[in-house]
Design a protein around this ligand. Structure first.
Ligand code: HEM
Length: 151
């Protein structure tokens, strides 16, 4: 896989990272639109959410949004040496497998990430930036996929 162009990644992340919760909420609202079956995987204190809106307004879920945005932020910071995150991401993959996430759902997450970047940046989100993000996200997911190895 080609390496993501660091400058394009950093430039496009600047505006998003100023308000991670707001943009992370756009990402997850889109994710639930595209794959509503993911909703039941989020349960806190054994409580199931009745709707995406219910989930998107719960403090525990907002914490998960912050965690996701933090992992992406870390990938952006380490875009020139993603191999330094491999062990962490493999462990993160394992945790997601344990909570019942199918590996294939991570491609819907990728689509939702691109959607959020496009919404945030508008026409400033160029095709070259889109390509760079596909590469970066692809590398993150590849590292997380080790958590499903041996399935
Ligand atoms: C298919 C979409 C996803 C589902 C259904 C999902 C579900 C979950 C669940 C149920 C937990 C445990 C409860 C919690 O901490 O809130 C969790 C933890 C976590 N998730 Fe996700 N997640 C998804 C995508 C992601 C992505 C894309 C990232 C980052 C790239 C991520 C990062 C994290 C982190 C950092 C934790 C905390 C792990 C720990 O406790 O060490 N998640 N996720």
């Amino acid at each position: 896989m080609e390496r993501p162009e660091p400058e394009l990644i950093r430039q496009s992340w600047r505006a998003v990272s100023r308000s991670p919760l707001e943009h992370g909420t756009v990402l997850f609202a889109r994710l639930f639109d595209l794959e509503p079956d993911l909703l039941p995987l989020f349960q806190y204190n054994c409580r199931q959410f009745s709707s995406p809106e219910d989930c998107l307004s719960s403090p525990e879920f907002l914490d998960h949004i912050r965690k996701v945005m933090f992992v992406i932020d870390t990938a952006v910071t380490n875009v020139e040496d993603l191999s330094s995150l491999e062990e962490y991401l493999a462990g993160l993959g394992k945790k997601h497998r344990a909570v019942g996430v199918k590996f294939s759902s991570f491609s819907t997450v990728g689509e939702s990430l691109l959607y959020m970047l496009e919404k945030c940046l508008g026409p400033a989100f160029t095709p070259a930036m889109r390509a760079a993000w596909s590469q970066l996200y692809g590398a993150v997911v590849q590292a997380m996929s080790r958590g499903w190895d041996g399935e």
